[in-house]
Each structure stands twice: as structure tokens, then as C-alpha cells.
Design a binder for this molecule. Structure first.
Ligand code: IPM
Ligand code: MG
Length: 367
């Protein structure tokens, strides 16, 4: 029997609870579809700092590199707030993204009709957006640092300490992520929106030039452009009109939280981080480690379970198993199971509160 190698990074906070749920779902779906898994647990983030003094060890990175895919819970928490910036738990994520070459981050913001009432935006009936976020470039990885200057300015003051982070994008980086955006749009509703700040930033202008050069190669896709400030407004105003959004690392970080919230709960949103063909992808919920609810059973495991479904689809090519999980999640919601983040006081009869384990058991039953 085929056994896929999966590196599991449970991480911090609710990470271990939600990855446990997703691993159980993967095992079950494998049994049903006739394949197996070899799971290897790795440390990264705060738990790695506690054990090894650093957020990401070579051992973890090498285990991930040698796997078919990586499943990650979440990293970070207030316990490590005082740690110096270069050693913070979040550095583990950046190290994994860079180390595995995961330049393409897929963040679907899909509204489940059962949860439409939980959206903070009024009258949103449908929403199915795929955010394609560039993940290994831009201001996250550009030159950054501090410089002290004794230069005396025209008003007589001394310039003093300056801190800088630089937005830099090469043609290669832009081209490969834009091509991904066009490709995903072709497989969906054929609308691609490039989100940037081309009225101010030179790097954004290069994104636009390259996008307009590529567009004729994808004649079935309608390409449009939005400035990021306008996009943040239009997401609230007309969320159902977007299809694929392609954007830089920083803008994608911000817009994916916004889009996620419009769907009703960030506790529902999965993500995939992908690199060149043949490299292992990394799959994780968009929500963080939620240390305030860790250990209480309140965590919603669905984002991680849906991330496992993306893992099957995008890294293993097991589309039937992936579909099976999505269907089971929909049925679980339709049958009224709700963790606290998606439970409302005015829910109809038949909808009831459950916990992490209850939700997981309900999905397992419906697979
Ligand atoms: C995300 C997170 C990370 C990011 C942080 C934790 C480094 O916000 O994955 O969206 O900014 O990319
Ligand atoms: Mg973020």
C-alpha cells in the first residue's frame, strides 16, 4: 500500500489540538481510499525555542524537505513575546517558507452557506475568493535593519536612528506568482485581480507591466487591477464579485485576514504554501495559535481539516479523498455542529454547540 510521508508540526497554543484532528481525518480517509501515511512529528516555533533555543532547527527543516508534504498547526504565543526578534516563533514560519521555496500561498476565503449569518458584513450571500499571496519576497525578505546618523537636518536637529524594511521584487519572482494567479483563475471563474499600490510604489508598477505582458497568453481570463486601499474597501462592499486575487506578500497577509473575517470565522480557513513542482507543500490553518483558548476544547478544527484536504489535492493528487473531506465538512455544518467561534445565539433549532473533539468525531463519521 502506498504510504505518503507527512511531516507534522503541531507547534504552539491550539496547534497540537487541531493537527491531532486533521491527522485523524487523514488516517481515516486513507483507509477509505486505499492509501496510508507515515507521519513524523517535528518541533517548530515556541516549543522549539523551549527545547533547542531556536524556533527552527535544521533537523525539522530537513525532515520537511524529505517529506511529501508538511502539515502545520500554529506557532507563537505571549510566552515568547520577550524573545529577541531574530528568534521569535514566527521566524520558524518564515524559515520554512524560505527553506522549502514556498513562494505561492493559496488562501481560499469561501463562505459556507450554513455560516452566512455569522459574517460581520450584511447581506453577503456568496463569497468564494482565492487569494494568491506571494510568500518568499517583498518587504518580508527585503533588506532591513537600522542605521544611526549624525547628519544635521535643516531645522538643526540630528537625524539619529533610522529603521528600514525594503519592498523588492524581481521579474522572476513576479512572473512566477502571476502565472500561478492566471492558472488558478483559468480553473475557476476566470477573473484575476492584481492588487497593488501602483500609484505610489515602483515595485507595484513592475507587477502591472508584467501582468499586462502575460495577459494575452491567458485570453480566457479577465484581468483587472485594484489599489490595495480600494481593494480593502471593495472586499467589504462587494465580496461576492471577486474570484482570484494575486498580490504581494504584505498585501496578501493583510487582505487574507480581512477576507477571512467576511466569511464568518477565521476558524474555517485553510491555506496551502507551494513551491516549484516536486517540492513539498506546507498546509496550515490561517488562524494562529489562539493561546487564550488552548486546552479548553473550544478550538475549531475545521480550518486544519480543510488544510489536510488541500494537502491531498495539491501535494498528493488524491482528489477523491480531498473531495470526500470537503463533503464531510459541509455535511457536518449542515447537521448543525458548531464550535463556539461559529455558534450564534439566533441559530435555528437543530444547531448545537460542540467542542474540538466533537466536531472531529462528526467529520470522521461523515467521511
Ligand atoms: C500569516 C501570519 C504570518 C505572516 C506571521 C505569523 C509571520 O500572519 O501567515 O499570515 O505574516 O505571514
Ligand atoms: Mg497573517
Amino acid at each position: 500500500m502506498k504510504a505518503y510521508k507527512i511531516a507534522v508540526i503541531a507547534g504552539d497554543g491550539i496547534g497540537p489540538e487541531v493537527t491531532k484532528a486533521a491527522v485523524a481525518v487523514l488516517k481515516k480517509v486513507g483507509e477509505l481510499e486505499g492509501f496510508g501515511f507515515e507521519f513524523t512529528s517535528c518541533d517548530a516555533g515556541g516549543c522549539s525555542i523551549d527545547k533547542y533555543g531556536i524556533p527552527l532547527t535544521d533537523e525539522t527543516l530537513n525532515t520537511c524537505k524529505a517529506s511529501d508534504a508538511v502539515l502545520l498547526g500554529a506557532v507563537g504565543g505571549p510566552k515568547w513575546d520577550a524573545v529577541e526578534p531574530a528568534l521569535r516563533p514566527e521566524r520558524a514560519l518564515l524559515g520554512l517558507r524560505a527553506g522549502l521555496g514556498l513562494y505561492s500561498n493559496l488562501r481560499p476565503a469561501l463562505m459556507f452557506k450554513e455560516l452566512a449569518a455569522a459574517s460581520p458584513v450584511k447581506n453577503v450571500e456568496t463569497m468564494d475568493i482565492l487569494i494568491v499571496r506571494e510568500l518568499t519576497g517583498g518587504i518580508y525578505f527585503g533588506k532591513h535593519g537600522r542605521a544611526d546618523s549624525s547628519e544635521v537636518l535643516s531645522d538643526g536637529s540630528v537625524k539619529g536612528l533610522t529603521a528600514y524594511d525594503t519592498e523588492e521584487y524581481s521579474t522572476t519572482e513576479i512572473t512566477r506568482i502571476l502565472k500561478e494567479g492566471f492558472r488558478y483563475a483559468q480553473g475557476r471563474s476566470k477573473k484575476l485581480t492584481l492588487v497593488d499600490k501602483a500609484n505610489v510604489l515602483e515595485s507595484s508598477r513592475l507587477w502591472r507591466e508584467i501582468a499586462s505582458e502575460l495577459a494575452p497568453s491567458y485570453p480566457d481570463v479577465t484581468l483587472d487591477y485594484l489599489y490595495v486601499d480600494n481593494c480593502s474597501m471593495q472586499l467589504i462592499n462587494r465580496p461576492s464579485t471577486f474570484d482570484v486575487i494575486v498580490t504581494s506578500n504584505m498585501f496578501g497577509d493583510i487582505l487574507s485576514d480581512e477576507a477571512g473575517m467576511i466569511t464568518g470565522s477565521i476558524g474555517m480557513l485553510p491555506s496551502a504554501s507551494l513551491g516549484a513542482p516536486g517540492t513539498p507543500g506546507m498546509y496550515e490553518p490561517v488562524h494562529g495559535s489562539a493561546p487564550d483558548i488552548a486546552g479548553t476544547g473550544k478550538a475549531n478544527p475545521l480550518a486544519t481539516i480543510l488544510s489536510a484536504s488541500m494537502l491531498l489535492r495539491w501535494s498528493l493528487g488524491e482528489t477523491s479523498a480531498s473531495d470526500r473531506i470537503e463533503k464531510a465538512v459541509r455535511q457536518t455544518l449542515a447537521d448543525g455542529f458548531r464550535t463556539p467561534d461559529i455558534k450564534r445565539n439566533d441559530d435555528p433549532a437543530g444547531v448545537s454547540l460542540t467542542d474540538t473533539e466533537g466536531m472531529t468525531a462528526a467529520v470522521l463519521e461523515r467521511l
